[in-house]
Design a protein around this ligand. Structure first.
Ligand code: COA
Length: 160
């Protein structure tokens, strides 16, 4: 069985992330969306909130599950026995950051796993979790950028 990991901070999950999850769910037997519990950047939502949003947004995909991890991605990958880790690329700036991370992780995986990249669909490549949070915090409409579950959490958090 090809079980793959799609790790990220998902603070919050966006339609860009969901497109990657949907497309990956057609290519592999099982996708585990791995929410990092202690992202380097400050997160707006708790790991439980981020997991719940993803669960609700992927409820129609039977081969997708959601988990959380702390610490090094490579430790989680090795302890769970993943052989494939998915990341997505929106632009050359993502590429520059992701190639270094994939190479560092490649060393830490010790040959057990590889990183596979999905290209983000052009019409979704402008979306980022930070952009969504900034627009929503200032009262703007992000309903085209995030799934309804994330919109609900954002509205509750910002009271708008
Ligand atoms: N659609 C929409 N947004 C996308 C996207 C897509 N297809 N692909 C990336 N993004 C955006 C996200 O919205 C996010 O935006 P933000 O910066 O405004 O929050 C940004 O790209 C990156 O987010 P994400 O993909 O969630 O990854 P991340 O940079 O937060 O990293 C981990 C997450 C888990 C991979 C990384 O933090 C990690 O490995 N942590 C564990 C510690 C570790 O092992 N460190 C060593 C790594 S070499």
């Amino acid at each position: 069985m090809r079980k793959v990991l799609y790790p990220g901070s998902f603070d919050p999950v966006t339609n860009g992330h969901l497109d990657i999850i949907r497309r990956a769910s057609r290519q592999f037997d099982h996708i585990v969306v791995g929410v990092v519990g202690n992202p380097n950047k400050r997160s707006l939502f708790t790991p439980m909130e981020r997991m719940e949003m993803i669960r609700r947004a992927t409820a129609d995909l039977p081969n997708v599950s959601v988990d959380a991890f702390e610490g090094l991605l490579a430790d989680y990958v090795r302890s769970e026995g993943f052989t494939t880790v998915i990341r997505s690329l929106r632009s050359t700036s993502d590429f520059n950051a992701e190639i270094a991370a994939a190479q560092a992780n490649g060393m830490l995986y010790g040959g057990q796993a590889d990183t596979l990249f999905f290209m983000t669909r052009g019409e979704l490549s402008y979306i980022s979790s930070s952009t969504v949070k900034e627009i929503k915090s200032l009262g703007g409409d992000v309903s085209e950028m995030v799934p309804p579950a994330a919109l609900e959490y954002l509205e509750r958090k910002f009271n708008v």
